[in-house]
Design a protein around this ligand. Sequence first.
Ligand code: 26V
Length: 812
Amino acid sequence: MSYFDFSNFETSFNNYIKYILGKQFEHASKNDQLNAVSYAVGKYLIDISYDTQKRYQENDVKRLHYLSLEFLIGRLLNNNLLNLGIYKRCKRFLETKGIDLDLLVEEERDPALGNGGLGRLAACFLDSLACLNMPGFGYGINYDYGLFKQVIVNGYQKEKPDYWPNRRSPWLIRRTEERYMVPIYGRVEGSVDRDGEYNPTWTNWSLLIGRPHDILVAGFEGRTVNYLRLFTAEASEDFDIDIFNDGDYFKAVGRKIKSETISKILYPSDSKEVGKELRLVQEYFLVACSLKDIIRKYEMDHHTFDHFHNKVAIQLNDTHPALAVAELMRILVDEKGIQWETAWEITKKTLGYTNHTLLPEALETWPVTILERVVPRHMQLIYEINQRFLEYLTVRDPDITIESIAKMSIIQEGPVKQVRMANLAIIGSHSINGVARVHSDLVKTQLVPEFYRLWPERFNNKTNGVSPRRWIAACNPGLADFITEAIGRRWVGDLSRIWELETFENDPGFLDRLGEIKLANKEALATLIRKKLFLNVDPQSIFDIHAKRIHEYKRQLLNVIHIIHLYLSIKEDGKDIGHPRTFIFSGKAAPGYHFAKLIIKLIHSVANVINKDPDIHDMIKVAFLPDYRVTLAERIIPAADVSEQISTAGMEASGTGNMKFAMNGALTIGTLDGANIEIAEQVGGENIYIFGLTVDEVEAFRPNYEPKTFYDEDPDLKRVLKAIYSNLFCSDEPGIFKPVFSQLMGNGEHYLHLADFRSYVATQLKIGNDYKDRAKWLSMSLKNIARTGMFSSDRAIQEYADGIWGIRSFRG
Ligand code: 26V
């Protein structure tokens, strides 16, 4: 139940159509109806957000600001209705108008303002902050174009622009009264005095203008409404004269640059795109706008910066916003006239840094030359921060080796001098966290062991989590109602209660109903597959799903190798593979990642051969659902029997899909990697299918790994690889998969596909057998749902709040 009155909803809805659109109801399009409902919902959000802000301000609470280049928020109507507690009332009201709410929500666009896990995590965190009634706000960029749309042409991925009509989104509030002027480029005049006098002038800069747009974020049961503040870069034609010092106005006009391009498009996480100047400008733009906003708000109620860190926490979502270290120093030292040492203490106590990957190709570095050009003052400050840090190192330990110093330095020497953003973020933060226990350990032992030895107290783990509102209640209403009927509704706001479901484990009727819910979800997905792919799949078959970005380390190839193995065992050996299977893939490859794109082509080619082969008697089907995004994940995840989480151990920082699948009753086949390890601990070894080398084994194995030995010694594997090499799956385009063969057979094959093949096949066989025992399977499924309560992002946020941010729940 919500605590507010629903009666004005109808008035808002009618008024919108009549007075804002100027239409009669009969002439309102679906989109008009959607906007009218969103408008009516938005009015509640705005009212609650005023109350919330007032409460925060009156009590001078500490606030958290989550800086992220990505927020993968997904559609909002359904979740807002649910969180406000007015879904059913809204549905009934719309019925009186002849509108089906469930169809209407499908009209909403899905803003794709993120790449994958990192962006979706940020969105779940905002949901949890609001649900826990905590003052926590997102800061990001209001891209015009989100992540590209994936279309498949003849089995190949093609990218299409994804224009997000944000100007027309009913959820986005343009703050016409606010905007921020951000200097960029130019040069610094006056030198930096090392003994405390810092009065350089940054001159001849150009100007960016950042316009805030807010998306309101409703907590569960509508007590708290926070916001996600996204900045649009606007053209600077019409800015106010009073913003500039006398006489500077015309100069400033002359220096304005084409700033609108900056928020045009989200960068795909693509190693080829790393190092592009526009990306750096985006990172700086976000950091500068956010800090201006944060400091403006702080100064409304505070006159000194002594206690800034007691009122403001800033979390860096990966190193993308790491320039915040330099920007906060610049503001404190250059603008507020604070002594360096004091400013540095404030900066460190304010900032926290989350690492999301160990992959060397994803660790950000920027050439010094680019930073000097784009943000000359910041580059100076980075040099100063670094010099002081290196001095501190040598004073602290006179015997420290040159190698250690070189590794910890923010500057990486070499033909092209680079700034290491992770080092900058680590040195400038009081907390550095990984996103699953094993990952956080690897951050300490593999990624930055020198820093860990220096400051062990700064390093900690915060295992990821996902929002139970979006990832159970909203996306799997059948399951949600079933859970609520059994244990009441409190689990939605407190997923730790979900264990209570286990008290029903010996109730066969209960398990049967669980099976029926899963079947209904599978039927819905089968319908979608038929519609999108013109492919019939049997909902009674095992739905074995691999949905995530396409990347070698995530090993979609291992899955394909297994599928080909099964195919050839039926086709050539006449074997019985047990229960029929439907293998479902979904995921995008980065546009410049050619090998990942070849994997997509291979999946399609294998699907084409297997799906059509009458000898297989429909025992195997392979489907690739294009354009994986939040909305599609919401359809796919509730329909999974088996969840593929099969990254090479040590390479997946955490995963969050793994959690979503498990809490929707899928059984995981996975390596001991990322959060899979913690999922296994929670559900128990007998309710998960773990296979493959462990992190330590991978490490020990790598130096002497020769894939060819596995090829020579395993006839099944040999047969599969030969099939890939041959034209069996590519008779129209002979030879196209030879690179796949070469990659898998190449020494130093980094992802150990062949080393894990046997163990994967054996584990898959066990899954096939176990599935036949329906009661056993359903009982395992139930345990996955009941024992994954700790993977709520509410738990994660509570840990961040207590351990890093120092913010508290504030209901007023
Ligand atoms: C890298 C780049 C580099 C080029 C420009 C754009 C861009 C965007 C993102 C990235 C790397 C992001 C790293 C990442 O997404 N890590 C994932 O974070 C998830 C949330 O913590 C975690 O569950 C996944 O395991 C981890 O891969």
